[in-house]
Design a protein. Sequence first.
Length: 191
Amino acid sequence: MRRAAPALATLAPLMWLTGCGSDADHNDADVEFATAMIEHHAQAIQMANFTIGRDGLDPQIAGLAEQIRVDQTEEIDTMSAWLEEWGEPVPETGFATGDGHTHSEDSGSDDHGDMPGMASGADMDALAEAPDAEFEEQWLATMLEHHEGAVAMAEEVADAGESPEVEELAESIKADQQAEIEEMTSWLDET
């Protein structure tokens, strides 16, 4: 019996670090952030997909769109895993990501509540159908507003959330998207 005690003493810190069975490492704000940000990122990916096949698209914009697709798909996978671990539903948004979830391309609906930066269905349709000559400026303006919304959401969860992992991701989203906002603002100023 004495030999089991050191083994349990060794496992206890490991269980704490991995969060096994603990609900104390997150709160409702963390769940709301992950759920909403999955939808928010899905719309950004949809907007990034609108750049595919555009004639004469600025290579900087094409590169940013690809970076958004890669980064935000990875972040969706991370947040989906958290929600599953927490026993929370994962939003189905329709396109497939690395986590095996299907995420919808229909992220342009008007049912986003008060989620900051989300484009309306009409705005998404207008962007998708924009002629090549108008597309870049319209895409940059829409994505700028969308990124500003993500920054606001990240700031909100930093104040209200409890999960260190969520806080770390929120800080990363804030820094990355703020840098992209600065890039897009400079590109808009040149148009």
